[in-house]
Design a protein around this ligand. Sequence first.
Ligand code: 1CP
Length: 366
Amino acid sequence: MNKIENDLFLRACKRLPVDRTPVWIMRQAGRYLPEYRAIRQKYDFLTLCKTPDLAAEVTIQPVDIIGVDAAIIFSDILVIPEAMGMALSIEDGTGPVFAKPIRDESDAASLKDIDPGTDLKFVMDALSVTKKELNNRVPVIGFSGSPWTLLTYMVEGRGSKNFSQVKSLIFRNPKLAHKLLEKLAKAVAGYLSAQLESGANAVQIFDTWGGILSPEDYREFSLEYIKMIIASMKKNDEPVIVFSKGVHQSFSELASSGADVIGLDWTVDIGTVKRQIGNDVALQGNMDPTVLYADKAKIKKEVKRILQSYANAANDNRDSAGSGNSGGHIFNLGHGILPDIEPENARAFVEFVKEESIKQHSAIAV
Ligand code: 1CP
């Protein structure tokens, strides 16, 4: 494979030396960008996902406009259940909706096994076009939802506040829940492997709803399946990032899940987590996405605080990764960027991470 010009993101994932902290933003291709909205005016969301040239175009927008160090392929986690046969629509104001949610054995039996190379060929094609058009400027991240997070949408039928349907399922019929989760784990492992095969340089598993479970239930219904996926993926040395939101008590277990990188939401201190779990994995995160509503002075202050917290912990841990004490950190928000953020603030955020981390790295190196 051709050498990637800016490979800071991949190096940080593998805890190799870097001269500054790389940064990207979850949901970086999306509605906060006027350039994205201009394309969305002409095409609906699923058409965008399924037209490789358009998906590639919006994937690359934040690299050019915001200056991030990695692209993430434009798609959605819900393309897997759709490929399994569930009719999906994305409704303005509501978000994704499945007309017929999965509630019992006969619904479950209607789900077909997928072959990612054919059933999700549009994602593979979007990756190929993106790789070609990016011309190795930055790495491309592929992704999937975790089995648990996919199951929540498949059972609820849409976004939910208290997740009563999917929770009823796991507590009343755990056997069926496990059967579905296993089916999803197989599909996700095949899907992520196919994305790497099609040119993705790393993959992220989004477990957005891991934190609605107790630590024990998280282990049983989410983490076990994430581990299964990582163990069974066909891959070379490409990094795997796991972002399980809100699972504060489970970081040590996550660190031994086989993931290279653990994504953190903003409700934990990154330095505290680093001290707790040690130096075996890299950390990604973790600025509160709503800090991007603030003025630039506040954004900068928050960026500096997070960089410093990580560096102090790396120093205490005697972490030898990277130059200085900041290797093994990928800067990101603690969850997706919100649609009403000013692009100017997103740009300033990325710039602050670059400037401040260079200062910090060189201060420590001398
Ligand atoms: O109107 C539009 O343009 C559609 C809005 C939209 C977008 C831009 C949806 C519907 N999905 C996406 C893209 C998307 N989704 C990406 C693109 C790549 C990037 O990051 O730039 C990614 C990674 C996702 C992943 C995703 N979809 C997650 C996991 C990450 C997270 O934010 O928690 C989840 C939970 C979804 C489901 C989903 N799809 C769309 C919406 C609005 C939602 C959330 C629904 C809810 O409220 O629960």
